[in-house]
Design a binder for this molecule. Sequence first.
Ligand code: M6R
Length: 608
Amino acid sequence: MCGIFGMIGANAVANTLQALKYLEYRGYDSAGIAAKQADGIRIYKSEGRIHNLEKLLKNSVENNADSSFSGTSGAGYVESEIAIGHTRWATHGAVTTANAHPFYSPDGNFAVVHNGIIENYLALKKQFTSRGAVFTSETDSETVAYLLQNNYNGNTLQAVCATAKSLVGAFAIAVTTTYDNSLYAIKNKSPLVIGVSDVGVYLCSDIRCVSHWATKVAVTPDNTVVVVGKEGVRFYDFEGKPITVRFFTTDAAEEMEQVDGDFMLKEIFEIPEKIRLTQEGYFKNGGFGVEPERVRNISRIYLIGCGTAYNSGLQIAAVARKFLDVDVLPVIASEFIYDNYPVDGNTLAFFISQSGETADTIRAAENFNSLGGYSYAVTNTKASSLCFACKKVAYIYAGGEFAVASTKAYNCQLVTLLLLTLDVGRIRGTVSNEQYASVLRALTGIPSVIEEVLSHSYEISRIAETVKDSSAVFYIGRTTDYPTACEGSLKLKEISYIHSEAYPAGELKHGTLALMEENVTVVAITDGTLSDKMASSINEVATRGAKVISVSPQTFPNALSVTLPKVNTLLYGIVSVVPLQLLAYYVAKRLGRDVDKPRNLAKSVTVE
Ligand code: M6R
């Protein structure tokens, strides 16, 4: 949902470009870089993917369009020691170069990039247009550049603080200026990590990205202005009063990998290894930190997240209801914020988020805490904003996930949440040592079971050929299979753009059956329990012309079968989702979609 990066140090443009490639998962509508030069700030921006920006940078040097520049890098484009950059996921204004960041102030003395939403931008814009200003873009972000110029009175820090005070909304903003050689940043509710190394200082939306360069990082708190200079980093509140922010050494760095094929397929094939790591993490740390005194008296557990993370909560709620004696309720984060779910000191909630930066989930956690509940982050991202919003953190061990469609993180969320809820059950005496040992034994075998499923991926690829021309695809399942249906459906729609819905199988006959006809596909998921009921649902849709694919340890007469090994029913969802992830991938490939970067989406949704 937009990524920002800024750097002071050698080869700032080349490094910013590299960072933008990493950050492209946050938005890929357009990209841009502002490079500070002796004679002013130069902005390069282009619609579409980062490689368009890279071409633009190279062409500008080759065509000598920028002969005034102080130098070119080994990579063949303009260089600078101070640069800021942006990848955009459009919120305000169409996908055009004019709406791409960075933006100049009217006098060219400031350039800004922004991640988030300035909620009062229309009022701010009006202040300037009423005085004759003509904005170059439709964005909310450009107002920041106008404010900076307007507030500048010989002191950049003062101008940045004054600007920060007039903004309402969520923002991580980086600013470069002709007035001095520092970078400035403003942070409220959108992620901003500051990094330092021997050769540079950095600011960035993503801790994994900045850790590629930085040896120490600081997570910027809300309502903070940051001044990044060669001499170091200083933090201020919006009144300009210095504040202290702790730096820590980080092991969050990830290889900035390039893959030959698609990240999504690579990430699906990593599932067995990542599940093994998640289990190892659990054993090595003696659990994920469930505190007996916290859970003995709880009366309710919420599992809260968005999209795939919500589906993992939906799945574990259905599983944990089998062995817990308290209410276990999955809730969509954006609904939790504005509804009246009961919360008191005996309420525990797991906030689930791969990125740890999803605004809806963070806001839900903040609301939940303010009502006195005990919040627990379940995330793949160390030191992400969600970790700071919750009282406890359990990390999943999925490793960097780059495809917009989440896959391996889902499986690892399921494993982590299962272990967490089993621990709650053991403390409360509803899960015996024998039950616990038996589930753990079965869980240890799950990676090999998934390896076996993956070894049949070519069969799924063949089935994809029969699904790709469907007018709609419905996914059905009952109880613990229904969340898997939801996740399979979400995967398919987001990357293939085929209309898809998930239903509890028994619910079809209450309306949705009206949509069954030729060209519709139904994917029926069952772990084998309630299979008679599923057989009836399959017959009902097949007699109305729908093509049926079953995902089950058993086969059904009217369906094309994906036959899965039999596993403990508590663990079935961890396995049965894999063929659905593969199906979505192969259908999307056959339709020629960009599977890693589907239209209209971004991996990390940092606005409400
Ligand atoms: O980073 P998060 O887990 O909080 O992200 C939540 C959703 O935005 C995410 O799972 C989204 O639904 C995926 N694109 C689904 O594949």
